[in-house]
Design a protein around this ligand. Structure first.
Ligand SMILES: [Fe+2]
Ligand SMILES: [Fe+2]
Length: 133
């Protein structure tokens, strides 16, 4: 459902694989939201968010190093957007939500919405700038 759309492909194999993994993590977020049998999602959520943070950091570092290697002139501006995304991800503090089922689902829904819209917009409008540079 959340797999990467054809227009998001950059043609750089490693970057595409990393973006695809990020969309896969969005799908995992949706699956967790959709799981009606799991009464307390705290553990899964904590795991998911930490994986998201780790993977995103790895991808951003990779992308920033690549930009540097090609002498991309707007690398600094691009990196600021990455930092803002990381900050926002770290604001999702699922530990403090407690075990209330509805509040947990609401938090997962917010995360999913943020994730998918940021990813798509960033890839299409910002990543594509260094790809087509
Ligand atoms: Fe980027
Ligand atoms: Fe990217």
């Amino acid at each position: 459902m959340y797999e990467m759309k054809p227009e998001c492909y950059t043609g750089l194999e490693d970057i595409d694989a990393q973006h695809a993994r990020l969309f896969e993590l969005a799908q995992e977020t949706y699956d967790l939201l959709d799981d009606n049998l799991l009464q307390d999602k705290t553990e899964e959520l904590t795991h998911l968010i930490s994986e998201l943070i780790d993977y995103t950091k790895m991808h951003f570092a990779h992308e920033e190093a690549y930009q540097k290697s090609i002498g991309y002139p707007f690398a600094d501006r691009h990196a600021i957007q990455h930092r803002q995304f990381e900050d926002k991800l770290m604001e999702f503090d699922f530990d403090s939500i407690g075990d209330d089922y509805n509040r947990q689902n609401e938090a997962v829904e917010n995360l999913l919405e943020f994730l998918v819209s940021w990813l798509t917009t960033h890839i299409l409008k910002v990543d594509m700038l260094y790809i087509n540079n």
